[in-house]
Design a protein around this ligand. Structure first.
Ligand code: NAD
Length: 250
């Protein structure tokens, strides 16, 4: 990044899984990391771990579906650090009811609010500062479910992840000329706590064959390390043992 001094990253969903691993990898690369999520205790644990390893981190409790709260968090980071160089949108959920037959609108609304609107709110919240900096990178954690349609993730999750991919590409169409870039990370199965929301939780053996959170953490740090002239629109990542899911783009 062009900023020769402090580099500030804001990671949502930073209390666990991919967000936590991303925060750790970024801190190890010298970034000052602000982790956000709903559970303050989990965030404090991540901050303590990073600080213990000599990194710089702090926590802001936040529900990404609360637009006013998102804007306030961005203001708080800018007031303290003066810039936001990187936003990682990793906050996300799925719901247990996953077929057209039993899908409830309540579950649909919740997924759209968190997985899609939450991403949009955070992107919009950092946009003025990034435009002013003429530099900034956004990494949106979508999914292979944003590329393909299959039964297991369900229609609502799949729709939100397809939309995040489109949102990322359309951001680049408008904002790359201003020196900004966004990248969609589209992983296959990752062994994180989100798997507990599945109707059938994969066994330990199955989880060991999946991508691990640190694989995604390293990918996040890699994308963030690229010079501003490089825009990576999307990175598709599959586990070698993909349990039969088709994960190559058509
Ligand atoms: P995770 O459950 O460990 O992480 C999700 C985080 O988001 C949690 O810390 C949770 O507290 C936080 N969160 C949920 N709702 C929130 C809200 N309203 N506001 C703020 N934070 C909120 O699971 P993960 O696998 O690390 O998920 C991270 C992202 O990766 C998600 O967007 C998920 O859809 C995506 N993803 C996961 C997999 C997988 O197989 N694990 C695969 C592809 C994509």
């Amino acid at each position: 990044m062009t900023n020769s001094g402090k580099r500030v990253a804001w990671v949502t969903g930073g209390g666990s899984g991919i967000g936590e691993a991303g925060a750790e990898a970024l801190a190890a690369d010298g970034w000052t990391v602000v982790v956000s999520g709903r559970r303050k205790d989990a965030l404090d644990g991540v901050v303590a771990k990073i600080t213990k390893s000599g990194g710089k981190a702090e926590a802001i409790a936040l529900d990404v579906s609360n637009k006013a709260g998102v804007n306030k968090a961005a203001e708080q980071i800018l007031a303290k650090h003066g810039r936001i160089d990187l936003l990682v949108n990793s906050a996300g959920i799925n719901v247990p009811k996953r077929s057209w037959a039993d899908m409830e609108l309540e579950g649909w609304d919740k997924l759209v609010e968190i997985n899609l609107n939450g991403v949009l709110y955070c992107m919009r919240a950092v946009l003025p500062a990034m435009r002013e900096q003429k530099d900034g990178c956004i990494i949106n954690v979508a999914s292979w479910a944003g590329r393909h349609v299959s039964k297991m993730p369900g229609p609502a999750y799949t729709t939100t992840k397809h939309a995040v991919l489109a949102l990322t590409h359309s951001f680049n169409m408008d904002e790359c000329v201003n020196g900004l870039r966004a990248c969609c990370l589209s992983p296959g199965e990752v062994a994180t706590p989100i798997l507990k929301l599945r109707p059938v939780v994969p066994s330990e053996k199955e989880q060991a064959r999946m991508l691990q959170p640190e694989d995604l953490g390293r990918t996040i740090a890699f994308v963030a390390s690229m010079p501003p002239r490089v825009c990576m629109n999307e990175i598709l990542i599959s586990p070698t043992h993909n349990r039969g899911f088709i994960q190559t783009p058509a």
